[in-house]
Design a protein around this ligand. Structure first.
Ligand code: PLP
Length: 384
């Protein structure tokens, strides 16, 4: 194609568009921090925690340095360690299982459902059984709300209650999503989220938060966040981390949270347009009744008789349309995690999804003409 006629490449996630929209309000927020110079534990951190509590409905919010730290801090505060098993889905970002391994506990990987991409309840039960057979003590389950959609929290809670496990919800991709009309952040013992820039609610660096209704846990998390500090500054009462959210990121997040509901609506408009145009051609994602997704990713599966995933991605790339594969390997297939136990019967759905999924550009500012380009490129690549 003639270079002059070639259209601009489409952004997979357009962080510039939101920056343009927020413009001066972000500049002012950063300016205020530069004026007061309380870069650690500034007033914006407490303000953000209270704004997030209000938004989610959780009683306590502890801001922290990343989504990974958010997960790890809960396991540390609950004294999860060697001899314990923590059950997690294998089809997820590596941080979910990584934090378990970091505590010295054993991650036990279980399978997911092929429509929701989230934890499969029968496999969860089989994972608990596998842990017990190995002489491990099942302590917790970390369901993941993958790609923006909530896991089936009622079903998970029933299994966890029967087995005496606590639930740590990994909502790194799904803050703002609802389950049966209620926002994530209030299911299980605690919920972890991430403010990595590409997440639905992202900051301008790394950041995260933990949500809980348990006051004692919230206190322990505030201690873990700063080296396990106790009431006396130099008498640390537990082993902790340096896992604070810095004031600058909190100031930015306060402004971004103000437009987040509006962005969630916009993301759902984009998702609906994709669904209408593509659901006859590919396996399009479906949101369970009663759930609202925040569409961290728009992840499709290609028809078996089509061009194959690599050729499909190459055809879109040639049209300036980026795609991404989340995740080409499930956790139990990765070098660092292969030796950990899995649910009996293996994880065939995770393995199949890793071969079939591909994600299309998705963000709140994907306008209709640009999205039509993506849709046309998909149709062309599939010969439709
Ligand atoms: C992004 C992500 C994390 C980790 O968040 P960071 O802020 O990058 O540390 C954890 N779990 C899932 C499912 C994620 O997508």
């Amino acid at each position: 194609m003639n270079q002059h006629l070639r259209q601009e490449p489409v952004a997979f996630i357009d962080v510039h568009a939101q920056r343009r929209r927020l413009g001066a309000s972000i500049d002012d927020a950063v300016g205020r921090v530069l004026t007061h110079c309380q870069f650690i534990n500034g007033p914006e951190v407490t303000q953000l925690e209270s704004d997030l509590a209000k938004f989610s409905g959780a009683k306590h919010v502890v801001a922290c340095a990343s989504g990974t730290d958010a997960l790890l801090m809960v396991l540390m505060a609950k004294n999860v360690g060697p001899g314990d098993a923590v059950i997690c889905p294998s089809f997820t970002f590596c941080a979910t299982g990584e934090v378990v391994a970091l505590t010295g506990a054993t991650p036990v990987f279980v399978d997911v459902d092929e429509t929701s991409f989230n934890i499969n309840i029968d496999s969860l039960k089989r994972g608990i059984a596998a842990a017990k057979k190995l002489g491990l003590k099942p302590k917790a389950v970390i369901p993941v709300d993958l790609f923006g959609q909530s896991a089936d929290h009622d079903a998970i809670a029933a299994v966890a209650a029967a087995e005496g496990l606590f639930i740590l919800d990994d909502a790194a991709q799904s803050f703002g999503a609802t389950y049966k009309g209620r926002r994530l952040g209030t299911f299980g013992l605690a919920t972890a989220t991430s403010f990595f820039p590409a997440k639905p609610l992202g900051c301008f660096g790394d950041g995260g938060a933990i949500f809980t209704d348990d006051a004692e846990l919230a206190d322990a998390l505030r201690s873990v966040r700063v080296h396990g500090q106790g009431n006396e500054k130099y008498d640390n009462v537990r082993i902790g981390l340096t896992a604070r959210l810095d004031t600058m990121q909190a100031a930015i997040l306060i402004e971004k949270l103000k437009i987040f509901e509006d962005e969630i609506v916009a993301r759902n408009v984009v998702a609906q347009r994709y669904f209408d145009a593509l659901h006859n051609l590919v396996i399009a994602p479906r949101v369970a009744d009663g759930n609202l997704s925040v569409w961290a990713q728009y992840t499709i599966r290609l028809p078996k008789d089509g061009p194959g995933r690599d050729a499909f991605a190459a055809a879109l790339k040639a049209q300036g349309i980026p795609t991404a594969i989340y995740y080409p390997k499930s956790m139990h297939q990765q070098t660092a995690y292969k030796h950990y136990p899995v649910a009996e019967g293996g994880l065939p759905v995770s393995e199949k999804l890793s071969e079939e999924v591909i994600s299309l550009p998705m963000h709140a500012y994907l306008d209709q003409p640009t999205q039509e380009r993506v849709i046309k490129a998909v149709r062309d690549a599939l010969g439709a």
